[in-house]
Design a protein around this ligand. Structure first.
Ligand code: ADP
Length: 271
């Protein structure tokens, strides 16, 4: 009986500490964001103002990149704290899929170009043009999966496939020919602050992306699945609920989206 009481007390204490930790993280991250937004805002204004020497522009670009990266890390901690405190909520609105995918593809295309790898997109023509969902959070999940795919791929390609899976279900698949994941570490990658594989690849991340993405996808009525082969590549896929909305009759121009692909020859990729 005493043991059971003691176990109950320990659990209550653990929950209290987790609550305090989340509240502290949320408060601190929030406070950090305000001055950082000031730094970023003024940097942007200076760059837009023009009349600067090349050296000054280069310096301001570094401030901007570093500030944006810091903001990304702080936002990750804020999201994590909200998840731990069970205070995470989605904000639903209208998503115009072609526009949404086109922006996403544009961002990843630049990253793939920088690494000299191919990036192809294959979008299902049967998808509804307009759906209801949380656009910002869906973008966050897909950017996390696609950025990881590019980050962990040095040769070959990254592919985004979008499929309609029934009238109110959509499936996104992100495939890469990168370093792959050890089967024993497959569950660890979804834990907060966990990074696996070579140490020199961990910079730039904080190990929070996938744990936040999994929670977001679960809130959207789905889950993230991963298949991977060490040294050969990975496939991360998500399936979520969507509510098709009435559109003005326009359809998704899948050809225009796939034309945004970039194909590198094997020879290019190894340069
Ligand atoms: P990070 O910010 O470090 O990328 P994530 O939570 O997004 O954090 O990913 C956790 C870890 O999972 C990564 O550090 C990496 O070890 C592994 N990982 C994620 N995506 C891939 C991928 N496409 N290929 C190989 N490893 C991956």
């Amino acid at each position: 009986m005493r043991n059971r009481e003691r176990a109950g007390e320990l659990l209550a204490e653990e929950l209290r500490l987790a609550g305090l930790r989340s509240a502290f993280l949320a408060q601190m991250s929030h406070e950090l964001r305000t001055p950082l937004n000031g730094i970023l805002g003024y940097t942007r204004n200076l760059l837009l103002g023009g009349g600067l020497a090349e050296k000054q522009i280069a310096g301001l670009n570094i401030i901007q990149d570093s500030g944006e990266h810091l903001l990304f890390l702080i936002n990750g901690i804020l999201d994590h704290a909200a998840i731990e405190a069970d205070k995470f909520e989605l904000t639903y609105g209208e998503i115009r899929l072609e526009e949404f995918l086109s922006t996403l593809i544009g961002i990843i295309r630049v990253k793939a170009e920088e690494k000299n790898i191919s990036f192809t997109c294959d979008v299902d023509a049967a998808l509804p043009a307009v759906v209801r969902g949380d656009m910002q959070r869906l973008r966050q999940v897909l950017l996390n999966l696609l950025s990881n795919a590019v980050k962990f791929t040095d040769h070959g390609e990254v592919m985004l496939r979008v499929r309609s899976d029934g009238p109110s279900r959509i499936r996104f698949e992100v495939k890469d020919t990168g370093i792959g994941i050890d089967p024993e570490q497959m569950e660890r990658i979804f834990l907060p602050f966990e990074q696996v594989g070579e140490k020199n690849r961990r910079s730039g991340g904080n190990g929070l992306g996938l744990s936040i993405s999994r929670k977001l996808v679960q809130l959207m009525g789905g889950d993230i699945k991963v298949e991977s082969q060490l040294g050969r590549g990975s496939i991360f896929s998500i399936e979520i609920d969507i509510e098709p909305l009435k559109s003005d009759g326009s359809e998704i121009d899948v050809k225009a989206l796939s034309e945004q692909s970039i194909t590198r020859t094997v020879c290019d990729a190894s340069q």
